[in-house]
Design a binder for this molecule. Structure first.
Ligand code: SAH
Length: 397
């Protein structure tokens, strides 16, 4: 038998006395303040071995100068093997298969959700036969070619076709490239039987908000016969589901012209008329004015109002204002699907903000559902920061 190959470890990080508890409980981030000493020659993206104050190995990860200095990729004393990415990707695909995310009706899914899949710094989304890699760390950025080979191999081995792997740079478009193969955009995918056009080259994130899949399905189940307003619609995902389940009328709003053009195309692709079901390139706050008691169902899915703790207060005010406006103008007996994808606004804070909005609107409101992110966006039990999508379905009397 051949001896296992190991990854190249470029240095060592030693933790301060008493600062090893979280990593020993599988939390994947080592903060700069917890570090006693580090190999001087370390470069961003290097593999490091992490030791506790007694020099026992606690695990291995990617080094990067900054608040989060190490992103852990393995825990314990065993040296990581060279096929680590392949092994983790294979496991992640198995989870998506077992959780029944992938089916003959759904071929767009997140294969790797960073920490939730034991690969901090890495996102991989699969759009039918094309995979998109996004690196949020120097280590993953450096290893992109290896990751592309691994994703292509595990998908093919499992019987899925893989035509191309595209690297979408977080920094600049010029740094984005096809790592294997080539595919034309836009590309059509299926989600619960609905068709969507995906453009990973020009689109936001990797081209589609996969995290709303199950919430869109629930919306569809509640939209029959209703007059629906989908604000912050982007690709028109919620609009298509509403129409598919027999909504009477759907209006879609997004501040971006490109998003509205895409929504129109997605409506057409699924057989709906975008002139009847109007799509407006407009600011949501402006649109909500003077539309009192027009809609039975409103979707509020804004972008992350806060990306950092410093802007949390402003974000909360934004969510409160938006929700209060919608609560004031919805028809009696109306339903609101409201979301926050700001990681720094946690579930409780979001809930409290919605309570304030309700008080401001002065209406009787019940909570019908608490919503979150789907199984292909898993959260490590030891890394609660991984939960970012929160939603509520409200009934407004
Ligand atoms: N609901 C979508 C995802 C929303 S992403 C889905 O299911 O796929 C957030 C969207 O909000 C973006 O498309 C962005 O263009 C839009 N947006 C940002 N600020 C806005 C504003 N003030 N009014 C309307 N749309 C806005």
């Amino acid at each position: 038998m051949s001896r296992p190959n190991f990854v190249n470890i470029q240095g060592t990080i030693t933790l301060k006395q008493g600062r090893d508890h979280s990593v020993k409980r599988f939390h994947p981030w080592i903060f700069s303040g917890a570090i006693q000493s580090a190999t001087e020659t370390l470069q961003d993206g290097d593999w490091v071995e992490v030791l506790d104050a007694r020099k026992t190995v606690v695990g291995f990860g990617h080094y990067q100068k900054g608040t989060i200095t190490v992103r852990m990729l393995t825990f314990g004393t065993d040296k990581p093997q060279a096929d680590l990415y392949e092994t983790k990707l294979k496991k992640a695909l198995q989870v998506r298969t077992e959780a029944e995310v992938i089916s003959d009706q759904t071929n767009a899914y997140r294969l790797i959700h960073g920490e939730g899949d034991g690969l901090p710094g890495l996102i991989i989304d699969v759009y039918h036969d094309v995979a998109i890699i996004q690196a949020h760390s120097a280590g993953m950025q450096r290893d992109r070619a290896q990751l592309a080979a691994a994703v292509s191999k595990i998908l093919t081995d499992a019987g899925f076709r893989n035509r191309a792997v595209y690297f979408k740079s977080m920094q600049e478009k010029a740094a984005s490239e096809y790592l294997t193969g080539m595919a034309a955009v836009p590309h059509v995918v299926l989600e619960h039987g609905n068709k969507f056009l995906i453009d990973w080259e020009e689109g936001q994130k990797t081209g589609f908000f996969l995290d709303q899949r199950e919430n869109r399905k629930l919306l569809g189940e509640m939209a029959k016969g209703k007059t629906v307003l989908n604000t912050f619609c982007y690709t028109g995902g919620f609009s298509v589901y509403a129409l598919q389940s027999g909504a009477k009328l759907v209006h879609s709003v997004d501040a971006s012209e490109k998003a509205i053009a895409l929504t129109r195309k997605n409506l057409e692709l699924n057989g709906y008329d975008p002139t009847t079901h109007a799509c407006a390139a407009e600011d949501t706050f402006d649109f909500l004015k003077d539309k009192k008691e027009v809609y039975d169902l409103i979707i509020l899915d804004p972008p992350a109002f806060a990306k950092h703790k410093d802007s949390r207060h402003q974000a909360v005010k934004g969510y409160q204002r938006l929700n209060a406006e919608a609560m004031k103008m919805i028809k009696p007996g109306g339903i609101i699907f409201t979301f926050s994808c700001s990681q720094v606004v946690d579930r409780q804070l979001f809930y409290d903000t919605i309570v304030s909005a309700g008080i401001q609107a002065g209406r009787q409101i019940k909570v019908l559902h608490h919503l979150s992110q789907p199984a292909d966006h898993p959260v490590s039990l030891y890394h609660p920061e991984g939960e970012y999508l929160k939603g509520l379905v409200l009934y407004v009397e």
